[in-house]
Design a protein around this ligand. Structure first.
Ligand code: GUN
Length: 296
């Protein structure tokens, strides 16, 4: 049994899956089956696991999915050719190119080439721009969109709250800031982004009503860095050596959970917090892409 202040990301993700299932059933009643294609280049160990989990969930929800695995030495042109083919395929409603890509391939060029209407990952510049403008017709990146849903569905009031984000990455930090400062439900926060050049990170963290840790630094957030009652969201996925584990390593977050949980207002476990929400939002975006494409 988890302490009462622990946010159950798996349970909230299940709520979203059941809403997505209803959308998929409605699409199927019109003869439309949502289609999602994952592209993985190379054999990055974490990507193999993530794409596997996303594909498994697609199957569970009745989304037709396939994973295209390309060798590490694939050229950018070959990858773009595949994306153009999928852009033109009417049975494909969503395309996800798993990051990281090999160094010889430009992530920006690749994400720019995914048709915005099929960009269920929310990384095409058109969708990034729509997010900044507060235009709801775009797709939002799944992890920060999932965190917003976690906050809303666990009753966290973001209105006027001090939200401090640790990390300025394109996948979480930057879009998270853009989401939380919108004039909208589950937003309207005062947002600070801290990063590797920030002076006095502790001082910023201690001001936070909501602290989102997404900088990739194992167990960085400790109890003495927050005020009592802070809502703490842990996005970190860090592999650290562990001689007691069979594999010789284990995954830890950016938050020292055991230290922080007793004084946090609410806190996400890791695993079982943000991770399931990322997948839930991807499924939801894919159902929406199919609805838009088919006019339903
Ligand atoms: N790598 C880590 N997170 C993500 C994500 O949300 N989407 C993609 N495409 N790659 C990732």
């Amino acid at each position: 049994m988890q302490p009462a202040n622990v946010i159950d990301g798996r349970a909230i993700a299940e709520q979203i899956h059941s809403e997505t299932s209803q959308k998929i059933a409605a699409l199927k009643s019109h003869g439309i089956i949502p289609g999602l294609v994952f592209i993985r280049v190379g054999d990055d160990a974490a990507s193999v696991v993530y794409v596997g989990m996303k594909e498994k969930m697609s199957v569970r929800l009745g989304i037709t999915s396939q994973t295209r695995v390309l060798p590490e030495q694939t050229t950018q042109e070959e990858l773009l050719e595949l994306i153009y083919k999928l852009n033109a395929d009417a049975s494909v409603h969503g395309i996800l190119v798993q990051a990281p890509l090999p160094d010889h391939i430009s992530q920006e060029i690749v994400y720019s080439s995914v048709k915005p209407e099929k960009d269920v990952d929310g990384f095409n510049p058109v969708n990034v721009g729509k997010l900044l403008l507060g235009d709801p017709t775009g797709f939002r990146p799944c992890t920060p969109a999932g965190i917003q849903e976690l906050l809303i569905r666990s009753g966290v009031n973001t209105e006027g709250a001090e939200a401090v984000i640790l990390g300025r990455g394109e996948i979480v930090g930057k879009p998270m800031a853009a989401i939380l400062c919108q004039k909208a439900k589950g937003a309207n926060a005062t947002v600070t982004i801290c990063h590797s050049r920030t002076r006095n990170i502790k001082e910023h963290c201690r001001r936070a009503d909501i602290l989102i840790a997404a900088m990739g630094n194992p167990k960085f957030v400790k109890a003495d860095m927050i005020k009592p009652g802070t809502v703490v969201i842990d996005v970190g996925v860090n592999r650290v050596p562990d001689s007691s584990a069979k594999s010789g390593s284990r995954i830890v977050g950016d938050v020292d959970f055991d230290d922080v949980q007793p004084i946090a207002g609410k806190i996400t476990p890791n695993p079982g917090g943000v991770g399931p929400m990322t997948i839930a939002m991807l499924m939801s975006n894919t159902a929406r892409a199919a609805e838009i494409a088919s006019g339903i």
